[in-house]
Design a protein around this ligand. Structure first.
Ligand code: A2P
Length: 318
């Protein structure tokens, strides 16, 4: 199985990384240290996760203890929605770098194609949202390009972008997006997005690859199937002497996407990394392909405020 994505400039991103969304301060230091000790070389972060300073502490300790070097690690972070205005983009990255105690990021992503007024927090009101007509993504993107030119991040990309929004960047941007990080798992397979990105040389990273059963209640519906308990996944796991989580991760990697499972538990952190050694058969892949429900858990309803500029149809270009 491919273990890294290779970029045009020769950089390589390990396709299995540690997710840190929902990792509480107090837990995430140990999780990052355990992951690096286990062999992870890719950590996925974001300003909005509220834990970058603690991730930075763990990275700094791992570097000073000689466990790994900065160059051996791949660190991704994301520009939060309240910093899309041109004057806010560079300071946002500088703050993230300061929190992470790094000189540069390997990858910086626009977290959502949604703009908020500076400092706006939940609960949202229409006044806190800024439409993409007023603050177009291309304006924010050109600042991201400047950051890449400066070497503050080696690669730039996006997250939660539809194919139409990617197409707009592909047609109009000076530097093409190299990554789209999206929700991807057997209940939300996004096959046409996978094909589109392959055709356009954009890599995909799957977030919530395990179905993110621990996401906040505000992101949960009542009738949700729990992916990690799916009986078909359990049967395949049993057949290979693997765990359901390993089947989900191996499936995603064999489809050609990167994965960033979140865990703060040392045993599960190791278990998830070992998914790279699990080889699913073509029949397993086909069986899992049939589980698609087009079920988006992180569906963006929180951006859809009565009287505000964002609708789900416009967000996902449905
Ligand atoms: P924990 O951090 O206690 O391990 P996702 O990456 O899809 O958002 O999923 C994260 C959730 O899955 C967290 O609740 C995490 O809990 C849990 N998790 C992570 N790895 C495993 C695993 N190998 N088996 C079962 N649950 C896991």
């Amino acid at each position: 199985m491919v273990t890294t994505f290779k970029f045009k400039n020769g950089d390589q991103m390990p396709i299995l990384g540690l997710g840190t969304w929902k990792s509480a301060p107090g837990d995430v230091y140990k999780a990052v240290k355990a992951a690096i000790a286990a062999g992870y070389r890719h950590i996925d972060c974001a300003h909005i996760y509220g834990n970058e300073a603690e991730v930075g502490h763990a990275l700094s300790d791992a570097f000073s203890e000689g466990v790994v070097t900065r160059e051996q690690m791949w660190i991704t972070s994301k520009l939060w929605n309240d910093s899309h205005a041109p004057e806010d983009v560079r300071p946002a990255l500088k703050e993230t770098l300061s929190n992470l105690q790094l000189e540069y990021l390997d990858l910086y992503l626009i977290h959502w194609p949604v703009a908020l007024k500076k400092g706006a927090t939940f609960p949202l009101t229409p006044e806190k949202l800024v439409s993409l007509e007023v603050l177009p993504i291309l304006i924010t993107w050109s600042e991201m390009e400047g950051l890449a030119d400066e070497g503050l991040c080696r690669h730039i990309g996006v997250s939660n972008f539809s194919m139409a929004k990617l197409q707009d960047l592909l047609e109009n941007a000076r530097l093409k997006p190299e990554m789209n990080q999206i929700e991807l798992h057997p209940y939300l397979q996004q096959t046409s997005m996978l094909d589109f990105c392959e055709e356009n040389n954009i890599y995909l990273t799957a977030y919530s690859p395990l179905g993110s059963a621990d996401r906040p209640d505000s992101l949960k519906a009542d009738d949700e199937p729990v992916l990690l308990e799916n009986p078909t996944i359990a049967t395949i796991a049993k057949h290979h002497g693997a765990t359901p989580a390993q089947v989900l991760l191996s499936w995603a990697m064999q489809r050609g996407t990167a994965v960033i499972p979140k865990s703060v538990n040392p045993d599960r952190i190791k278990q998830n990394l070992a998914a790279a050694d699990l080889s699913l058969t073509a029949a397993d892949m086909q069986t899992i392909a049939e589980l698609d429900l087009n079920r988006r858990y992180v569906d963006g309803t929180f951006w859809q405020v009565d009287g505000g500029p964002y609708t789900l149809a416009a967000l996902w270009d449905l």
